[in-house]
Write a protein that binds this ligand. Structure first.
Ligand SMILES: *Cc1c(COP(=O)(O)O)cnc(C)c1O
Length: 353
């Protein structure tokens, strides 16, 4: 399929990257492709950035048939790189399958993304640690109020320049261990990247923020005992020199940063234990002094050290509220590969040429 291009004649001015807020500024163009069950995907196109034309009865508004992705483009001098974009498009298709949405051609999506970024190259920031955030998403747009998978969809990619996640050095986050609400249950859609998983988590997030915590650590939806993830990040523990992360159980989002951390450590001869880990085990390790580090992994922050965990009335201060050795090395190794300052495993850093 040919990707047609309709260029804007109204170019925006670039933002000052030292004070742009995450997800507030968008580039001049976007990618759109339509789907109808009688035609399949059709009319892939790059058009001026603007509003979407949606009937108020569109399925997405009422029954939440939406999926999305998040990845970044990184500038190194005159070159622009993507980090494992094939993994994002594969995961988008997996999310779609869970929500009865049609799969798309991952090669075409990557070609479209590269074409869009080439056109928007001036928007990939050169400021240190700033990047171009990429948000592909698919929404159901059949106008029909019956509860049934939509017969029509739009696949859209928008781009947003984002500043450094850490403005003044890597700052450990305070996390509230949630024991009232749950995010996902076995058999639900926790492993799909879908808006509904965020809608359900907002209340816990809001209540945690009111208590002075920046994020929520979710426990399993049945026993509220086993650790799942942090809502927009997966979680790792360093206990007694062993690195442990909850195994993917269907209700945890399979993060690409999580996967990259495990694979990267393996190439360095370090095995990560993927298994069930309970909050009680973490708490006991804290008590006997073997809880060395806790960190989250996700595209936005890459590695986010956790300085404090609050579980019920118990406050655990981790590694003196400072970033640990394992977290710092992973952050350095991953960002070096993402910005193409160092060669990573084959296929991880893809040039947009
Ligand atoms: C996107 C996401 C993550 C992190 O995934 P990455 O691919 O590493 O960015 C973790 N948890 C949830 C719920 C997410 O939506």
């Amino acid at each position: 399929m040919e990707i047609r291009v309709e260029k804007t004649n109204q170019f925006k001015s670039l933002p000052d990257m030292s004070d742009v807020k995450f997800g507030t500024v968008f580039t001049d163009h976007m990618f759109i492709m339509d789907y109808h069950e009688d035609r399949g995907w059709y009319d892939p196109r790059i058009v001026p950035y603007g509003t979407l034309d949606l009937d108020p009865a569109s399925v997405a508004f009422h029954y939440g048939q939406t999926v999305f992705e998040g990845l970044k483009a990184y500038r190194n001098q005159d070159d622009v790189y993507l980090f494992r974009p094939d993994e994002n498009f594969k995961r988008l298709n997996n999310s779609s399958k869970r929500l009865c949405m049609p799969e798309f051609d991952e090669k075409l999506a990557l070609e479209a993304l590269k074409k869009l970024i080439r056109l928007e190259e001036r928007w990939v920031p050169s400021k240190k640690d700033a990047s171009l955030y990429i948000r592909p998403f698919i929404i159901a747009d059949q106008s029909f109020l019956g509860v049934h998978p939509s017969n029509a969809y739009q696949f859209v990619i928008i781009l947003s320049p984002v500043g450094p996640y850490y403005e003044s050095g890597i700052d450990p986050v305070k996390i509230y261990v949630e024991n009232k609400y749950v995010r996902a249950v076995p058999g639900g859609m926790g492993e799909a990247k879908s808006g509904g998983n965020y809608a359900v988590s907002l209340i816990g997030q809001v209540e945690a923020e009111a208590k002075g915590y920046s994020q929520v650590l979710w426990l399993d939806g049945i026993e509220r005992k086993y650790i799942e993830e942090v809502g927009a990040m997966n979680i790792f523990f360093v206990i007694d020199d062993k690195i442990i992360t909850p195994s993917l159980n269907g209700s945890i989002l399979p993060g690409i940063t999580r996967k990259s951390v495990i694979e990267l450590l393996k190439t360095q001869g370090v095995e990560v234990e993927e298994r069930r880990i309970s909050i009680d085990e973490v708490s006991a390790a804290y008590d006997n002094g073997t809880l060395q580090e806790v960190f989250g992994t996700g595209t936005a922050a890459v590695i986010s050290p956790v300085g404090e965990l609050l579980y019920k009335d118990k406050k655990m201060i981790i590694n003196d509220n400072k970033i640990g050795k394992v977290s710092q090395k992973l952050y350095d190794d991953l960002t070096d590969i993402q910005w193409h300052r160092k060669e990573g495993p084959a296929g991880w850093s893809i040039e947009v040429d």
